[in-house]
Design a protein around this ligand. Structure first.
Ligand code: UDP
Length: 195
């Protein structure tokens, strides 16, 4: 798909439906796909953090998450179709995953928060297949065990809520170990779902 590049950060010209379709295509392919949701704040962070910028150039899909990037795209006459907020994309993917029985794993947030998010999702989507969850306050030493858990449970869709840029860096660092089909950074979304 076409991309709008702003300050060296590419953003895909996708609306919500196209973003969901793209992720579904990723789920049918047997390798890890990285998804990010750049907004103006993330684009600015990347200016001061070359590693983050490089990672955002290596993801498989960057959705336009925020009015700032939409506004900028209009100025450059490279219009991004609509805002695709990370939280909204997560909820759309939850619906698709529930209907199609994709295996979901939740990684991030405080331990009571991710647990509450898990329970709320189970309550709201009776068909959902959440194979595991883990809080986001782990040490380097715990990482192999967490990744082993994600892989052993045949995770298709991994939601990583460690905040930006930590979540994208974590996914990128572990891209060769993770056997999930899609890993997406979703910021504070688990806190919202936990209520
Ligand atoms: N978080 C985490 N581990 C960390 C730092 C943050 O799991 O080491 C979680 C935090 O509990 C919260 C989320 O990451 O659930 C960050 O949310 P925030 O709204 O700050 O992120 P943003 O959406 O701004 O990227």
């Amino acid at each position: 798909a076409e991309r709008f590049v702003i300050f060296d950060v590419p953003i895909d010209k996708v609306n919500m439906k196209q973003a969901v379709d793209t992720v579904e295509k990723f789920l049918s392919e047997d390798r890890l796909h990285m998804v990010a949701t750049p907004n103006a704040e993330i684009v600015m962070m990347a200016q001061k953090d070359p590693e983050y910028k490089e990672i955002l150039n290596k993801t498989d899909l960057n959705v336009p998450d925020g009015s700032g990037v939409i506004f900028a795209s209009k100025i450059y006459k490279e219009e991004l179709p609509e805002r695709v907020a990370g939280f909204d994309l997560m909820m759309e993917l939850i619906k698709v995953a529930s209907a199609k029985k994709y295996k979901i794993y939740l990684l991030g947030a405080k331990s009571d928060v991710v647990k509450a998010a898990y329970l709320n999702l189970k309550r709201q989507y009776s068909e959902i297949d959440i194979v595991g969850f883990h809080d986001g306050y782990f040490s380097k030493d715990d990482e192999d065990e967490i990744i082993h858990d994600i892989n052993e449970k045949n995770t298709d869709l991994l939601f990583v809520a460690l905040g930006a840029p930590k979540q994208e860096k974590w996914i990128y660092e572990n891209r060769n170990k993770l056997k999930a089909k899609v890993a997406i950074g979703v910021g504070g979304s688990f806190d919202v779902i936990a209520g």
